[in-house]
Design a protein around this ligand. Sequence first.
Ligand code: ZN
Length: 160
Amino acid sequence: MARKRIDELDLVRIAERQRMLMFVVLAMILNSVISFTLARTGSPITGGIWLFWGFQVLLAVAGAIVLTRLYMALGENPAVAVVLGVLLVVPVLGLLILIGAGSQSSTILKLAGARVGLMGVSMTERDKLKPNHCKGCGYPRESLEALAPCPECGRTPIVW
Ligand SMILES: [Zn+2]
């Protein structure tokens, strides 16, 4: 499957899906930490390990869906994501697969000029990725002259 060029990608879509992916990563880490703590403290909650696996399977299903959608946005073969999705249920491996896909997206988003945090691209940063929005502050430039400076931040668009 041919890779897409960066200007052919829908960067806003990638940013949204990467953020969802990072929420699944966070939930997986929380599930492990909480289950481990419950087990260590000998909590009266019985069946803690089943609770862990129950959530892990749910998160793996959510992760597989988000991963497939992210792969489609990245122009990668979504079939690979479906295969990897099955492996998401494996505790540490699942996290590594998701973090790998997240960092691949970060590289592309950073190349496009977005600031990418731990939880992906923020709402304000996402506006900057939209076509015809100011790259400096995210202001919609539809009504402006092509080379007019941005009324919000004064940035003049760079002509490629
Ligand atoms: Zn601006």
